[in-house]
Design a protein around this ligand. Structure first.
Ligand code: SF4
Ligand code: SF4
Length: 297
């Protein structure tokens, strides 16, 4: 049974908890894993496993819809019994140094995360108590802030923060924004999780023509997953909410239309040629009217 404390906690709230290898429930949580991944988790895990993001997503994640609008989310894949595929038997988590944000936060749930120092800024948490987890019975209390430090969460939150905001904005916009078109959802998936594919998109000639970013910035996007991820958030805000922070070339729209027209023209030419060839083929084996018996008469 899961009990979530009704109390909203902050970084100064104290919790009683300790998890360690010698505890009787060691690995019990990973054998019932329900781990939603954030974008930075994918970067850490794909690097750890020496894979591209595309291969990692296919092999180790399952998709789900985060809301009624079909916003795509991903979870870590488990085996049929619910055990996380990253669990390495009695040794514990096989990717421990790069374990996802949710695993680091456990048994805390992150309710909201905003910039420290902003007037309405608070970091709020809930405490989850599951029957199998004996960590709540350990003789240790500490502040949530200390626990986050211990779990080295800050770097993860820093890289995911703008993505959480993006999702909150989408949610709070509600029906005024409505269900985004399928193409936007696919773009959201690629920019959030499949960063290696997003990189190819950003480095394509058509993207560079539309968004002239400058050689140093492009080189950074080519080199660094982190820089690319932060750019992906800006790009998503621009596409989903019209927040223009990335300059578009003045004649980008005209060029795009012209480019598409060239493609359409080429396709039409190909179709005309294909039909002509099919017609030729149809009449090829029919006798020439000039060879009719009439002529022999
Ligand atoms: S990633 Fe590691 S810590 Fe997280 S559920 Fe899987 S095995 Fe457990
Ligand atoms: S104490 Fe809780 S978090 Fe730690 S291994 Fe046991 S079930 Fe998992």
């Amino acid at each position: 049974m899961i009990a979530v404390s009704p109390q909203v906690l902050d970084a100064d709230s104290r919790i009683r908890f300790r998890c360690h290898k010698g505890i009787s429930c060691f690995n019990a949580c990973c054998e019932q894993a329900d781990v939603t991944l954030a974008p930075y988790d994918v970067i850490r895990l794909k690097r750890r496993l020496g894979m591209t993001s595309t291969d990692f997503l296919a092999k180790y994640t399952v998709p789900f819809q985060m809301d009624m609008d079909g916003t795509p989310g991903i979870k870590l894949r488990t085996d049929d019994s619910g055990t996380c595929l990253q669990l390495n038997g009695d040794a514990g988590c096989g990717v421990y140094e790069d374990r996802p944000t949710v695993c680091r936060y456990y048994p805390l749930g992150l309710l909201s995360l905003r910039e420290k120092g902003s007037p309405e800024a608070t970091e709020q948490f809930s405490l989850v108590k599951e029957e199998h987890c004996r960590g709540h019975l350990e003789d240790r209390t500490l502040a949530i802030g200390e626990y986050r430090g211990e779990q080295e969460i800050a770097g993860y939150d820093a890289m995911n923060r703008d993505w959480y905001r993006l999702i909150l904005k989408k949610k709070s916009a509600g029906p005024t924004v409505g269900r985004p078109p399928e193409q936007s959802l696919q773009l959201f998936f690629m920019a959030s999780y499949d960063l290696d594919r997003f990189r190819r998109f950003v480095l394509s000639e058509s993207f560079k023509t539309t968004y002239p970013l400058g050689p140093d910035y492009v080189a950074a996007l080519e080199r660094s997953d982190e820089d690319l991820l932060l750019f992906a958030y800006r790009f998503l805000r621009q596409v989903l909410f019209g927040e223009h922070s990335i300059r578009e070339a003045a004649d980008a729209w005209e060029k795009r239309v012209a480019g598409r027209k060239a493609v359409w023209d080429a396709r039409r030419e190909i179709e005309i040629a294909r039909r002509a060839a099919a017609e030729d083929e149809k009449y090829r084996d029919e006798p020439d009217p000039g060879d009719t018996p009439c002529r022999e008469r």
